[in-house]
Design a protein around this ligand. Sequence first.
Ligand code: ADP
Length: 480
Amino acid sequence: MKIIHAASELYPYVKTGGLADAVGSLASTLADKGHEVAVFVPAYRAALEHKDMARAEQRLGLRVEMGDRICAGDVRVLPLKKGLTVYFIGREEYFDRRFPYGNGERDYEDNDARFVFFCKAVVEVMRIAEIRADVVHSHDWQAALLPLLVRYEERRSGISLAMKTVFTIHNIAFQGVFPMRSFALTNLPDELLGIDGFEYYGQINLMKGGILFADRVTTVSPRYAQEIQTPEFGCGLEGVVGTRSDDLVGLVNGIDPKVWNPARDRLLPARYAVHDLTGKPVCRAALLKKMGFDEAFKGPVFGMICRLTEQKGLDLLLAAKDFFIEHDCRLIVLGTGEKRYETALRALAQVHPKKIALSLKLDEETSHLIEAGADFFLMPSLFEPCGLNQMYSQAYGTVPVVSRVGGFIDTVVDLDEHPEDGTGIMFVPSAGEFVQALYRALQLHGQPERLGETIRRAMSRDFSWEKAATAYERLYENTI
Ligand code: ADP
């Protein structure tokens, strides 16, 4: 099949979260399975500065209609491997910035224009480069206009661009909501502005358009597919998602074994596998040392890596601070995000430097070391479409402590409920239940045999993209 992906992030060129990993791995695995895959992504500054860019083969000029203006842009074409090509959509004014979506405090004011331009440029490249796809698969609100734009271009020009369109919701909390007037940038007819179209409480909602107009809608776990049809998790779009329930499916992401495999991980001081775990304590000691702790410490080490946002359960973590202070354990947090959480965590680490260590940056290397070196990995998320770290931690023999929501339910097996199959500790997200879960972790740490069995079971699970990509392949085939 000829498959086009369009997304605002792609590992290793630009990543703020799991979207980048998911799109990169899915595209790469589909190419390995013999499909012809193209990925479209904005040419952010990080991508332009990436060493691979020197290998980009061509640079084509683009002219994109945006309301009553014509905006110039360009595309750089980077062949990555057999069957996989990346198209970087460029326009200095929109994408040559340090951060993809905002300056950390606020979103950029022109995000409407930036991502309308991106979607329109994808269609324009398909038209001029005569790319005919079996499936155009777009991801999240930044690419949500694409299913509809493809059909409008086909109607306008009389050429067929794509047999089918698929739209994936990676996180329904981010919807691309803009003032009504932004709609003019799309050059789509005003009849699409109504309540059956992009309108959303007097504004426009780009994700709503993706959900309504794609041939199939997917999300990143079966549980999240159910959750987003409820007011508790649907973030206002539950009704819209409900209208597509027959065309909606949840497919769990996989993990990239070239990047996340303790047996081959070059970022670790020692490697290990389920049949030989001797490298794990080496990683543990290295982690403790790197974070300023005594490397011989024997008690439980809790790790956490995430965007510092409400979603990731930072309030639950902060509410549980006494647990970490009162018990002989270590807490290591790596993350960037909202200032209020950075400030609170910094204060905590300053008062308890012997127990709590903090790194407030994006740091790939340390993230691997935490996954390998911690005993327990904390994910007290309030909601979690899929989540990746709970899969990484199982692969690395680090017991996940996760809330009972979304993708966690599909990827972690609770030890108390299933003593023979359990791979982690689950709890209903609330401050009290989280502390109870931490006590369960403490108890498990004191039972080396049970802990060892849990680790071995967790490491033996198959979270490969091979499995996940096969599910997408079937979905594409069925849709076509
Ligand atoms: P989300 O996409 O909601 O942020 P996921 O769990 O799906 O959450 O994916 C987050 C990814 O980003 C994981 O691979 C995680 O390890 C990584 N990550 C988050 N914060 C950092 C950080 N400060 N340094 C390195 N990697 C990080």
